[in-house]
Design a protein around this ligand. Sequence first.
Ligand SMILES: Cc1cc2nc3c(=O)[nH]c(=O)nc-3n(C[C@H](O)[C@H](O)[C@H](O)COP(=O)(O)OP(=O)(O)OC[C@H]3O[C@@H](n4cnc5c(N)ncnc54)[C@H](O)[C@@H]3O)c2cc1C
Length: 412
Amino acid sequence: MPLNFEVVIIGAGPAGSTASLFLAKEKIPHLIIEKEKFPRDKICGDALSGKVIPILKKINPELVAELAGSRHALGSHGIIFSAPNGKSIGIPFKTVTSKVDFAPGFISRRIDFDDFLFRKIDRNFAEVSESSVLLDASAEGNEMLLKVQQGDQTISIRTKLVIACDGDRSVIARKFGNKTMEEEHYCGGIRAYYKGVTGMDQNNFIELHFLDELLPGYFWIFPLPGGYANVGAGMLSKSLSSKKVNLRHAMENIITHHPVFKERFKSATPDGKIQGWGLPLGSKRRKLSGNNFLLCGDAASLIDPFTGEGISNAMFSGMTAAMQAAEAVKNKKYDAGFLTAYDEKIYSRLWSELRLSRTLQKLCNYPSLFNFVINKAEKNQTFRETLSCMFDDMNLREKLRKPSFYFNLLFN
Ligand SMILES: Cc1cc2nc3c(=O)[nH]c(=O)nc-3n(C[C@H](O)[C@H](O)[C@H](O)COP(=O)(O)OP(=O)(O)OC[C@H]3O[C@@H](n4cnc5c(N)ncnc54)[C@H](O)[C@@H]3O)c2cc1C
């Protein structure tokens, strides 16, 4: 006899844990099926942008203070960009005048951050099944039948609604959401941990280095607690293939031969090996729901195509999916027509941002334009402040899409 749950979440990463936390607020009982046993790692740059903070506050206003006080998280106050010509600028996340209680962003290893969220799951409403793998799903009348591996047993679970938070290789997204790997909308990424990288910023700015050999993409160095750094590289898959770039070799080459970075890594020691994983980019609108399912996070391909940031959008989609699930449970409606409101909510909030990031990603194909913008910013305080505000102000950010922005820059 299959088990019965009205709502089932697959995956307990940032999307799944957030979905569960918001379902619990609505007092909706649900099951979580998670492949791994927590704490588990996820290959990532480990940077939590400012967009994570309001969602944490909505879960529980105390969470940000708890994260900020944790020895596993480092507060970050800005970002350093370097252009292909080697010029770099540091941009604070907020203008100096704005008042914030905590750092605007954080860096925390995913083995710690995901566990931090996972431990908050409210067991009064969530039944959690770790070390359980979703193998397959099939539509059965107006329900979904899930085939799940638990140890050496295969069990069946019947549900009205699946919230698919099972990441890039999502079973549900592939089977029902037509998810495929599209090189134009996908990025390859690798990361390694190092101790003792020198020249780190005093305010823990994260560093994105747009080097010729990695465009469109970048080499990053993100500071971590304890003198460690998350070091990695990512590049659009289409360009990886067409330019025949081996990311691992490219990164090793930068660390050992690049005139600036070889000095900074001279006394650094690797902690573990280089590991890779894919980034499904949100540079294309997709169907995010259908009969009896909602897709979240990487399963929904919501990663920012310029910055590679996916944690905040995973959490935002988890929160939105839980609210849509609450509506579905209240109205007893789980069909594609009813659930399509979820797609609208996600894209009305995220699409303009994702579209803009897509434009910026394309600008990386013109290194001279990139050099020009950074050169200007290096010399011009007002322009640096404008760029800084662009992280918060979408209207201002929209200007980056317009040719007039670059024209004005040229003559100012
Ligand atoms: C190299 C790299 C660097 C990145 N750097 C950053 C960064 O610095 N900042 C940022 O914001 N984003 C970054 N990202 C993106 C970010 O990692 C993802 O967007 C984010 O993890 C998405 O969260 P999620 O909950 O959707 O999926 P995941 O975090 O992938 O969680 C999915 C969960 O589902 C479980 N699961 C998978 N399959 C099954 C199954 N069949 N059955 C049961 N459970 C299953 C997994 O075990 C996992 O726990 C990076 C990604 C990469 C690859």
